[in-house]
Each structure stands twice: as C-alpha cells, then as structure tokens.
Ligand binder design. Structure first.
Ligand SMILES: [Zn+2]
Length: 292
C-alpha cells in the first residue's frame, strides 16, 4: 500500500481553506500577540494585568469593563479585578478601541479559592454600629472614581510590619451569627498608636471617622488602584493632599467596629476589593508563631 497517496504538505491544507477564513485566523493570532493577560489563570479575589501594544481604551470581562491607560513605555495597560463572588471558569477578556471595535480577545481562567470562615467576638454596642446612607455614598463615590495619573509602582510597601491576623476573603461571623459578608481586606497585628504608612503615592480622597469603619483614610493611587485604612486612633493627612509612598497617614486604633487595636486595610482595583497579599509580602501570624 502506498501511504504517500495520503500525505499532504501544509500549504495544501491552507490552499483548501477559503481566503476569508485564513484572514480571520491570522487577524486573531495577531490580536492575541498585541494584547496580553497576565496571569492567564487566577484565583478569585486577585488582579489580572492587561497590556496592549495597540491603543486599547477598555477591556471587558463578562459584565465588568475597565479602562486602559497609555504608559511612558509606549504601551497601554490596565487592571482587571476578579471578584470573590465571580464564578470559576474560562472567559474571554475583550480589548476594545475607543470606537468600541474589538482589538483582541484573550481567555482568562478563574480558579475557585476556598475561603475559610471566621468568628469575631464583638461587644453588643460595637455589633450594633451601622453605616449611615451618607457614609455609604462617600464610600461608593470613592470606589467608583478612576483617575488618569498613575502614582503607584509594584511591589507596594506594607503599611506596617505586623503579621496578618485575618486574611482576605474569609466568611465572617459576628458572635457566632453568619453576616453574609466576607472580609474585604486584611487585618495586621499592631499595637495602639503604631504609625500607618501609605503603600504608594497618591491623592487623599477620604479622611473622616465612620460609624463602622472608624477613623478612615482613603487614597487614590491612580489608574484604578485605591487603598483604604480603617479603625485608626488618629488621622494624620488632609483631604485632597498628595502624599508619597511611606508617608505616615495615621495611627493604629480600635475605632468603629473593632474588638481591639489592629490595622484593617483594603485594596480596591477598579472598585472591586482585592487580596492585598497579591500586592505586598506579609507573614501570617499563624506561620510567624510556628517559626518562633
Ligand atoms: Zn478586618
């Protein structure tokens, strides 16, 4: 039997395809090279870096759209947050030009994260604290704003050296009762009055006491990155001030809904709370205890 009858050279296969289909294959391959998503597989609650060599204005993942910004390096970059509540699976991230046309589509895989539960014991008068409508509006306005100038660099600087008492994403119970809420930031161990430093440069957008959050500072670092620091005993910045990385913005306390002095801080990426431990290197108190 002559097997040569069945052999095809690659060009013969291409020749068999219609020209229009070929053009589509090459166009999508070029698009994939022009825009990248890193990493291509990510756990719930973490951020994906978006980068394009062509002018991409926005990127879309399901119902979430974020902006990209031209960088000094000549490319366009943005941050896509994956929320704790996002459904695991593989989805396309579509990169769009300013006119809404699609430049590229790159797949992202969202992996399931197992978030443990944690009970927090609170005194009745502390548990009874609630946010006012005005406070909620202030927080929403902060989360929804995305400013054009990037003041941050990676890695961010930890706000204080204390180990992590409570990680991001744990399901919270208050006095044994499920709250339906998850821990949207991390808690670091620190004694009352420890200085708290800005993790990156930026503009101060919130400086005020809140019922639940206590003494709070919110910083806009630009291009979709924001941080917020809670339960402070003393605030050390002015609203609207531009601060540098490492500036002391306040001091550790136990104001608001807190059962003792510690620092709770939050990273928002385009309005979505993200795991700060993707952005800074910090030891867990459990690990630190075992090692000592
Ligand atoms: Zn906390």
């Amino acid at each position: 039997m002559n097997y040569r009858r069945f052999s095809y050279t690659p060009w013969r296969i291409f020749a068999a395809l219609p020209a229009a289909l070929l053009a589509l294959i090459f166009a999508s391959a070029a698009g994939a090279q022009q825009c990248t998503v890193k990493p291509g597989s990510i756990p719930q609650g973490q951020t994906v870096r978006l980068r394009c060599e062509v002018p991409a204005a926005t990127a879309r993942l399901n119902a979430r759209t974020v902006r990209l910004f031209k960088q000094g390096s000549g490319d366009w970059q943005g941050l896509m947050p994956v929320a704790v509540a996002d459904t695991p699976g593989t989805y396309p991230i579509e990169f769009l030009a300013a006119d809404g046309s699609t430049l590229a589509s790159v797949n992202l895989t969202i992996r399931r994260t197992m978030f443990p539960s944690q009970n927090v014991v609170l005194a009745p008068q502390i548990e009874a604290l609630h946010s006012t409508a005005e406070e909620m509006q202030t927080l929403t306005t902060f989360r929804d704003s995305v400013s054009d100038v990037k003041y941050w660099e990676v890695p961010l600087v930890p706000p204080l050296p204390g180990c992590v008492i409570s990680p991001f994403g744990v399901k919270r119970l208050h006095n044994g009762k499920p709250t339906g809420e998850f821990h949207a930031g991390i808690d670091q161990r620190a004694s009352d009055g420890t200085p708290i430093r800005a993790v990156a440069a930026g503009a101060v957008k919130i400086v005020q006491p809140f019922n639940v959050l206590g003494g709070t500072v919110g910083i806009d670092h630009g291009q979709g990155l924001e941080t917020m620091y809670l339960h402070m005993s003393k605030l050390n910045v002015e609203l609207g001030a531009h601060i540098n990385e490492g500036d002391v913005i306040g001091y550790v306390g136990a104001t608001g809904r807190a059962n003792g002095p510690h620092l709770h801080w939050v990273i928002y990426v385009n309005g979505v709370p993200q795991n700060p431990q993707q952005w800074v290197t910090l030891k867990s108190c459990a690990t630190a205890k075992k090692k000592s």
